[in-house]
Write a protein that binds this ligand. Structure first.
Ligand code: ADP
Ligand code: MG
Length: 252
């Protein structure tokens, strides 16, 4: 479990994460939703030590992430950032090998090579390993970054808006892949999504943030209601049942 206690972050006068208490489970798919500026990325960045907090603690399976050696935390938790940038010159294979850095420090062990091969295979990148990152389509590039995170082989996999720029074919493919990671690899996948219908169909739990606070938290059946969604986004929603899933419509 990831235990987030009283995490607070301000920029000047603005408190963008406001005393958040949250437990993230050690398995399953957890989606974080909420309007732009709600503090979703800030919270994930703090949990993954990219950003310091003004107050509060984060523990991953009891390990205090702010006080523990970076490499110990990196063996438990990986993150795909919203603004992930990497030198365009590297190839897909090299990018995925980067994922092993916390384990290998640059020298790949046989175990590292196996993890890299398995991530490449799982993300269906076998034909692209020699290809420079900048020559990939958006969907391929996103899969390459996911493979890098998978190669790190952590129980907790955090992804900030991984569906960005993906068409529905690639978005659905990626969501199935992430669901599979939880189901067949026993991972805890925590991702920020804007498409609440993907969150509804693929998540075990949806956490909604607004103005730096958690305002909804529960299984899709509890969060995918017109009232709950309106409390998150401040607009009207219709929610319909479709093949056992709840779908929201919100186009006018
Ligand atoms: N480096 C920064 N300096 C000042 N304000 C920031 C900075 N980073 C984020 N913010 C502000 O914090 C708020 C939350 O941002 P963010 O966590 O990125 O929201 P979300 O990911 O939910 O869209 C926003 O109002 C944003 O403008
Ligand atoms: Mg964000």
């Amino acid at each position: 479990m990831i235990t987030i206690q009283d995490i607070t972050k301000s920029y000047g006068e603005a408190t963008v994460v406001d005393g958040v208490f949250l437990n993230l489970p050690d398995a399953g798919v957890t989606s974080i939703i909420g309007p732009n500026g709600a503090g979703k990325s800030t919270l994930l960045s703090i949990v993954s030590r990219i950003l310091g907090a003004d107050a509060g603690t984060v523990a991953v399976e009891g390990l205090d992430v702010f006080r523990s050696p970076s490499k110990d935390v990196a063996k438990k938790l990986s993150i795909l950032r919203q603004d992930q940038h990497t030198s365009a010159r590297i190839t897909v294979g090299e990018l995925v090998e980067f994922g092993r850095y916390p384990h290998s420090h640059g020298r790949l062990t046989p175990e590292c090579r196996a993890a890299v091969a398995s991530a490449i295979d799982y993300c269906d990148l076998g034909d692209l390993t020699e290809r420079p990152i900048h020559q990939l389509s958006g969907g391929q590039r996103q899969r390459a970054y996911v493979a890098m995170v998978l190669a790190q082989d952590t129980r907790y996999v955090l992804l900030d808006e991984p569906l960005n720029n993906l068409d529905m074919v690639h978005a659905t493919g990626l969501m199935r892949l992430l669901r599979g990671l939880a189901d067949t690899h026993g991972k805890s996948v925590v991702l920020v999504l804007h498409d609440i219908n993907y969150a509804s169909v693929y998540s075990d739990r949806i956490i909604a943030m607004r103005d730096g606070a958690v305002v909804q938290d529960g299984p899709p059946a509890r969060v995918m209601t017109p009232e709950a969604l309106e409390s998150v986004y401040g607009m009207a929603f219709h929610v319909h049942e479709l093949d056992g899933d709840r779908m929201a419509a919100y186009f006018r």
